[in-house]
Design a binder for this molecule. Sequence first.
Ligand SMILES: [Zn+2]
Length: 267
Amino acid sequence: MSGEHHITPALLVNRRIAAYQMLHLLFREPVHLTEEALSKWMEIGCRSFYAELCSMEDYKKAATTIRNLSAAFVAVLPRILKPGESKFLHKIADLKPDAVLARNLEELVFFRDKQVPVIVDFSLNVINDLAFYQMLEWGAERVTLGLDLNEEQTSNLLRHVPPERVEQIIVGRIPLFTMEHCLWKTQFLKPAESCNKMCRTQPLQIEDRYGALHTVRSDIFCRNIVERSEPLEASPLVSHLRVEWDCRIPNLDHKIGRWAAQQKTPE
Ligand SMILES: [Zn+2]
């Protein structure tokens, strides 16, 4: 694809995104969570970093690195949490995150009760003001809107909710589905073999019948998440960006093509 760019601090400054929105960056690769790399983002005003990682060890290291820079550490939680898996939430709570990104109601309630600020992610599918206010009532600090809304529906909804409580994803790849099945385990290993860390370190893409390549990643419980090949089409949203919004940029390691190419500098 021509015109691909990596999201960098310089690109955001050029697009004047960072100048007037509260910017949060989401990291998934421990290798990107270095003081040096984070400092560059802090230079353009970023003060909070979200970490979505595959081991408690990595979460601990991320918390330390981010705190050393006096930035906020936001722990990103898995989409699925089955009975018996809430031990993980206690371990995250022990790290004393400045906030968490909750992907389901159990996570929202658990951290609300521990007085940790909770940001609700799009997986809670908030697509009307009723759901939005319900999340606030249940203790959410900010709410990311569900992804099923088109541009017109999004702007309609935004007229009815407090803009300072909205968190907007600027760009990134959207998860198509999460599954229990670990592709690494079933494709590359013998039945008795454990995938151990293979699914968390080896990149994998699957090709659909149209030839599009979808990235597959694994979460801390070894569940696989298939992400859409095309990045989120953020151009329509950019025209609605509000000063009050908190903006999140996930997947820094992905190349983002059309967004960077089409996005106009705001007046
Ligand atoms: Zn696995």
